[in-house]
Design a protein around this ligand. Structure first.
Ligand code: PMP
Length: 375
């Protein structure tokens, strides 16, 4: 086995064949997987597998209610916010947000910080005029534009941000102030990685597959006064008011993904809650950024230090021809899915909630050893 990598971390994580750093989906903690394994065949009650939970059953309704209650305590969600469990990934929300929140207006403000805010804007243009209030495209998405310089058009129905840019590796440190204009955030890649002051937001949404389970479920948290004024053409499944009225059971919900999210919420509580997770995520990413900073230019992070993501650490090798070798050698060392997003290139290490600290440690040691060998 090559130096660094999984071999040294195995004593603490003896059941792992390796660590996966994919940005697309986060690893699930062993404790959660063990529980699923135990309940796989008959955890759904009355002989039903948790994979085949009827959404109409009391067992599922209790599970979903417990998951929501657990999420509410985790995030200290105020009473006047509703939690919705929806389908279609965060991409469906790119359409659902304008359809539900334009409230008869024709313009919405968007802040462009990279690939995912770009995707949200492109979809919104199907429904309204997009006012790009600020963009860091000119500097290669190396920062979040200073909120003091944002130019929001008068009458913008809401202001949309991506709190963490999964492809470019930058992250807001705190929610920007948008005055009376409701702030909407795509939190798909950093939801539940730390505490949140929800009162600063009109709506947030996040796909479950990175930090709270598996694909199929999207969590939406929305302030009640924004509900019930969707555009008449809004498909019912995307209508927040309809979903809220039916407690997210308007049609068959992704039952297994909701069950799993409930287990993840419990697991997050057991870790000490979101303040503990924030500290853990800060430590994991700091370990990798420190290796980059101390590599005498062998590795380079293009994002300015102030805005570096704590969940998607994106970097390059100064000698780019070594990148394929780096990724292959990492794989041989049990460190998987490190290639950067196709639009950004380079290397990307995603350190979602389910990534243990040993994973970041294994990668850091591998990076040090690789640099020493190839400098
Ligand atoms: N927003 C962000 C920030 C993302 O990282 C992703 C997926 N990587 C999406 C939206 C799209 O999510 P989905 O594929 O679940 O629609």
């Amino acid at each position: 086995m090559p130096e660094g990598g999984v071999s040294r971390a195995r004593t603490q994580a003896s059941r792992r064949a390796g660590f996966q750093f994919s940005a697309a989906a986060g690893p699930l903690p062993d404790a959660v997987l063990d529980r699923v394994q135990r309940e796989f065949r008959d955890g759904g009650g009355n002989g039903a597998s948790v994979l085949a939970l009827p959404f109409t059953s009391q067992v599922f309704r209790d599970l979903a209610a417990q998951a929501i209650a657990s999420l509410r305590t985790l995030l200290a969600i105020p009473e006047h916010y509703r939690v919705l469990f929806m389908h279609g990934g965060a991409s469906a929300q790119f359409a659902a947000v304008p359809l539900n929140l334009l409230h008869g207006r024709s313009t919405a403000a968007y802040v462009d910080t990279g690939y995912w805010s770009g995707k949200a804007m492109a979809e919104a243009r199907r429904f309204c005029t997009v006012n790009v209030a600020a963009s860091s495209a000119a500097t290669g998405y190396d920062r979040v534009p200073d909120p003091a310089q944002w130019r929001m058009k008068a009458g913008a129905a809401y202001c949309h941000i991506a709190s963490n840019e999964t492809a470019h590796g930058l992250q807001y440190r705190s929610p920007p102030h948008t005055g009376d204009v409701p702030l909407v955030a795509d939190m798909t890649s950093d939801f539940l990685t730390g505490p949140l002051d929800l009162q600063r937001f009109g709506l947030i949404y996040a796909g479950a597959q990175k930090n709270m389970g598996i694909a199929g479920l999207t969590v939406v948290i929305v302030r009640e006064d924004l509900l019930g004024r969707a555009h008449p053409c809004t498909p019912s499944v995307l209508d927040y008011g309809i979903q809220a009225k039916h407690s997210s059971l308007y049609n068959t919900p992704p039952t297994f993904a909701i069950y799993l999210a409930g287990l993840m919420f419990k697991w997050l509580h057991a870790q000490g809650g979101l303040t503990t997770m924030a500290e853990l995520n800060r430590r994991k990413s700091a370990r990798i950024y420190t290796v980059i900073e101390r590599s005498a230019g062998f590795y380079r992070c293009l994002v300015q230090p102030e805005w570096r993501s704590q969940v998607n650490v994106c970097f390059r090798l100064a000698n780019e021809t070594l990148t394929p070798m780096f990724i292959e050698a990492a794989q041989c060392a049990g460190l998987f899915h490190l290639a950067g997003h196709p639009n950004a290139g380079g290397v990307r290490a995603s350190l979602y909630n389910g990534m243990p600290e040993e994973g970041a440690e294994a990668l850091a040691r591998f990076m040090e050893a690789f640099a020493a060998r190839n400098a």
